[in-house]
Design a protein around this ligand. Structure first.
Ligand code: GLC
Ligand code: CA
Length: 562
């Protein structure tokens, strides 16, 4: 176990990241869509949370087929969100408050409305032709590639203008960029320098593990069909060559942080991305826990809150980084449901307590926490009961596919009440006025009706609220080198309701006790503990000798006497 003096300290290891999905954060002009001015108006709130880094989802010019993940111009701001002056003001406002800004880098694909693609599809000899992946129709139907968002899950789209198919792992309006072309890579690096010269503090790299494609687009083995295609997409032969080049050309020149969105990353391959001796990226986030109990097209099964499996996955991932690299911890983001619904209990009785328990978890693990906006007030899933309430193309297209196959639509709607992405995209609940103070117009996605009870304004007034609990927990983490760097050990690995772990650094040891269930849990600890809690989401600690009894969804952090 390394001592603090032997650990390589970095600002991004000690940071708490707070994610803002701009469309749903705060509208400033009444069009129902959150915007940059809205974020500027809320900067004091953001600073008051005690977070360090803001990850902002894409704000670049986009026709919004996939809410900004289809970029038409990497150097312009989306008109709905404002303009470059607003952006510059936002960045300055963050820096003035000691906050850093991490932007989304979406370079596996662009929009089909990007100038490069408009050119590329013109003719087979256009200078931009090789900025994308094309398969000439005279070679026959291209080898099967599976797409996430396509209505027929086909990742090749036929384009009559040049009698060829282009590749799109996501929607038809998100053609994949051809990283094999050095000219394309140079354009991307140049664009990254543009943003770093403005002073941004890092990039979160969208599906970056998919950028390298297999030469000649071979047929893949049968086992990689459907959902499993992800595993081979992430194994392109030149992924690490490209990332090392990017590091050399761009990243090494700035004091910034990088984090991969890493579909297909596993404990046995992630070090290639984040081992600092290789010069690629700083961090990665994986999908292993999100997949627990969730099948094809996000249909859930009885395992979706299997705590033993959850602990196994997170403990395995912690071990990977015991000497090199650095972990990330998250429970939700704009692609997953609200954490309290997914991982705990959003009933009126337990929602607040359970949210605080999950906040304790996120801010007491080893690894940089990525905390999603709105979770600090315990927002929960909206649970649409009709497909026409959804805005997300993924849900809509999967519903369409299920219908076309004669599948079980009722099961689909019920599962998506738990798993659909729009659950995390409803507007932030600022106060109890109409539309929760998010907009004076009609919100692009409805506000969760629980906003009259669950909102920032009410929680500001209540010292025991989820919001004030978050602030307390954030400040505890910031002050505790043990919570940031300490060794992690999981206890009671097979316990179905409690997640218990120690964090140890030099001569300090903390124990984190979390009850993930509605019933009381008594645990006989292997060591004695102090009975004064550093964190507690109840007002009482029940300790008798070495036995600690946790109330439903209780979260405790104690000093051990080991
Ligand atoms: C990432 C984004 C997601 C987007 C997809 C395609 O997974 O987080 O929101 O739909 O990439 O860009
Ligand atoms: Ca607006």
């Amino acid at each position: 176990m390394p001592a603090l003096s032997e650990i390589k300290r970095e600002w991004w290891k000690e940071a708490i990241v707070y994610q803002i999905y701009p469309r749903s954060f705060q509208d400033s002009n009444g069009d129902g869509i959150g915007d940059i001015r809205g974020i500027i108006n809320r900067l004091d709130y953001i600073a008051s949370l005690g977070v360090d880094v803001i990850w902002l989802n894409p704000v670049y010019d986009s026709p919004n087929d996939d809410n900004g993940y289809d970029i038409a111009d990497y150097r312009q701001i989306m008109t709905e969100f404002g303009d470059m002056n607003d952006f510059d003001e936002l960045l300055a406002g963050m820096h003035a408050r000691g906050l850093k800004l991490v932007m989304d880098l979406v370079v596996n694909h662009s929009s089909d409305e990007h100038y490069w693609f408009q050119q590329s599809r013109q003719s087979r000899d256009n200078p931009y032709r090789d900025y994308y992946h094309w398969w000439p129709a005279e070679k026959g139907t291209p080898p099967r590639r599976w797409s996430y968002f396509d209505k027929e899950s086909n990742a090749w789209a036929y384009d009559a203008q040049t009698d060829a198919y282009y590749l799109h792992y996501f929607s038809e309006k998100q053609p994949d960029l051809n990283w094999e072309n050095p000219k394309l890579r140079a354009e991307i690096y140049d664009m990254m320098h543009f943003w770093f010269r403005k002073g941004i503090d890092g990039f979160r790299m969208d599906v970056i593990t998919f950028i390298s494609k297999h030469d000649g687009y071979p047929e893949f083995e049968e086992k990689y069909q459907g959902q499993h295609m992800i595993d081979i997409y992430a194994q392109g032969p030149r992924l690490h060559e490209y990332l090392q080049e990017m590091h050399h050309e761009v990243l090494q020149h700035y004091d910034i942080m990088t984090v991969a969105e890493g579909p297909g990353t596993k404990p046995d391959n992630v070090m290639k991305l984040v081992d600092e001796r290789r010069g690629e990226l700083n961090m990665n986030y994986h999908f292993d826990h999100q997949g627990i109990g969730v099948g094809e097209r996000y249909i859930i099964n009885e395992d979706f809150q299997n705590l033993v499996e959850f602990k196994r996955v997170l403990t395995e991932w912690d071990e990977v980084f015991s000497e090199h690299g650095w972990n990330t911890i998250y429970l939700g983001n704009h692609d997953f449901p609200r954490m309290v619904t997914r991982w705990a209990n959003d009933s009126p009785k337990w929602r607040a307590t359970a949210s605080k328990m999950l906040t304790t978890f996120l801010l007491s693990m080893r690894g940089t926490p990525y905390y999603y906006m709105g979770d600090e007030i315990g927002m929960s899933n909206i649970k649409f009961d009709r497909i026409d309430h959804y805005k997300d193309l993924m849900t809509i297209n999967w519903h369409h596919l299920t219908q076309a196959e004669g599948g079980d639509l009722n099961e689909f709607i019920e599962s998506h009440k738990i798993t659909a992405r729009d659950n995390a995209r409803t507007p932030i609940q600022w106060d109890s006025s109409e539309h929760a103070g998010f907009t004076t117009g009609t919100p692009w996605l409805p506000v969760n009706p629980n906003y009259t009870m669950v909102n920032v304004a009410a929680q500001e007034q209540d010292s025991q609220s989820e919001l004030n609990f978050f602030r307390k927990m954030a400040s505890l983490r910031k002050q505790s080198m043990t919570l940031i760097y300490g060794d992690y050990q999981c206890l009671f690995a097979d316990h179905e309701h409690a997640y218990v772990y120690t964090r140890t650094l030099d001569d300090e040891q903390l124990i984190v006790l979390l009850n993930f269930s509605e019933q009381s849990v008594a645990l006989e600890l292997p060591m004695a503990v102090k009975d004064s809690a550093l964190i507690n989401n109840y007002d009482h600690v029940d300790i008798d000798g070495k036995t600690v009894t946790l109330k439903p969804y209780q979260a405790l952090i104690l000093n051990t006497l080991a």
